[in-house]
Design a protein around this ligand. Structure first.
Ligand code: SF4
Length: 414
């Protein structure tokens, strides 16, 4: 295969604004921790962040922190520390890298913002276990460590259909969080404030969706690897004006590329879909590798996970429940297959890559025959690669590159 190895990264000018936004977010959190106000809530990525924001909490997302540990490869040092403390190498490496970093009294934030010496001490931890049990165990560890309350929402998984009963059950649990959260915040809950935060959050999510959907054209203006970085504000700043403004700016830049016929990968030959978690410590290496193959990963379930399903806000708790149950990770195999078929058509993909993340079975969707069923139904080839979100001991660079090259050869042969 002679496709050349011309690696041409095309950074987005908006990245500078994103860095400013993220810096402001982390510095505000650090200030809140030092001054003791506003109160700080740690929240799982799914939320219910909007409820916490409406009550005035500064919100910190441990999953985002864990991804930083993976991307900076600090996780290599921190995972073994959590393993030694009794947390198995087989469980979520977000959990082990994050707890290990805390035990080492380290945070990757210090490298970028020297005034931040530690993660902000929580006043409360709030999780939604829609994604997995690990997030609950992770937050419970910190609850014991800081002697603060841990509150949770239990969302059913393997959902075949989103029914009113299902939504009512989740909404009831979220509503039940209000009294303890009011008490910790020292502030009364205001349903209109929640609606306002949710409205902003939905607008931001919609703008993020428009950014991702720009990739329907050929050549695609951004790659999965760009999107995995640019989704930072969608994760940690949702429900704010800044995030909406940021995605407007990014969208303009992306649309400029579309208008000029400029792809993220020069000479785009193949368009792939990434299913599963990123391999954070190899993001850049893989991005360059795919550029060399003139192949772009044009869509992913991961980056789409921050597009939240939404209805009207008459009952905002019901709408928060809809976001939770509307997540791909919560669905059964048939619903997942339908979604992936739809994505393949929308983005015109030539192949699917499934990432089997060793320590994240919950978000490794290759394990119950889905790639085979998908391939049979669509005729689109699939490839499973083995790795992990943060634990690079589970990843073989040589094997992965060989497998991807063989896959591209298969696509070339048609
Ligand atoms: S979904 Fe996977 S990566 Fe995320 S917290 Fe659960 S096990 Fe960890």
């Amino acid at each position: 295969m002679d496709v050349g190895r011309i690696v041409t990264f095309k950074p987005f000018a908006s990245s500078a604004r994103m860095r400013e936004l993220m810096a402001g977010y982390f510095r505000d959190l650090n200030r809140a921790a030092l001054e003791g106000r506003p109160k700080i809530a740690w929240c799982s990525s799914v939320g219910p962040a909007e409820l916490l924001l409406s009550l005035g909490y500064a919100v910190f997302y441990p999953e985002n922190h864990a991804a930083m540990l993976g991307a900076t490869r600090e996780a290599r040092k921190t995972i073994p520390v959590a393993n030694a403390a009794g947390y198995s190498p087989d469980i979520c490496s977000y959990l082990t890298s994050d707890i290990g970093a805390y035990l080492r009294r380290e945070t990757p934030l210090s490298k970028v913002y020297p005034e931040i010496v530690t993660v902000p001490r929580p006043d409360v931890l709030v999780y939604n276990n829609v994604q997995c049990r690990d997030v609950q165990e992770w937050f419970s560890w910190y609850g014991r460590e800081f002697a603060v309350p841990v509150l949770g929402v239990a969302t059913p998984r393997n959902i075949a259909a989103i029914t009113p009963e299902l939504l009512a059950g989740i909404a009831g649990q979220i509503r039940a969080l209000v009294p303890p959260l009011e008490k910790i915040a020292g502030r009364r809950f205001d349903i209109d404030r929640l609606r306002a935060v949710m409205s902003l959050s939905r607008d931001g999510s919609e703008m993020w969706k428009r950014v991702l959907e720009a990739n329907r054209v050929r050549p695609a203006p951004l790659s999965f690897f760009d999107a995995a970085v640019h989704m930072g504000p969608a994760v940690v700043l949702r429900g704010t004006e800044e995030v909406l403004a940021y995605y407007r700016v990014l969208l303009r830049e992306v649309e400029g590329r579309v208008a000029r016929g400029e792809g993220a990968v020069e000479g785009e030959r193949f368009r792939l879909y990434w299913e599963g978690m990123p391999i954070w410590g190899k993001l850049r290496d893989l991005a360059e590798f795919f550029i060399g193959l003139r192949t772009n990963i044009v869509a992913s379930t991961y980056c789409n996970s921050w597009i939240f399903e939404s209805g009207d806000l008459a009952d905002p708790f019901l709408d928060l429940a809809r976001s939770s149950a509307g997540l791909f990770i919560a669905w059964d195999e048939d619903a997942k297959e339908r979604y992936l078929r739809d994505m393949a058509e929308t983005y015109g993909v030539h192949g699917f890559i499934f990432h089997d993340a060793k320590t994240c079975p919950h978000n490794s969707n290759n394990r119950y025959g889905l790639p085979g069923r998908l391939e049979k139904a669509t005729g689109i080839p699939t490839l499973t690669i083995h790795g992990d979100v943060n634990d690079l001991r589970c990843y073989s660079e040589d094997q992965t590159r060989t497998a991807i090259e063989a896959f591209i050869e298969r696509l070339e042969e048609g």
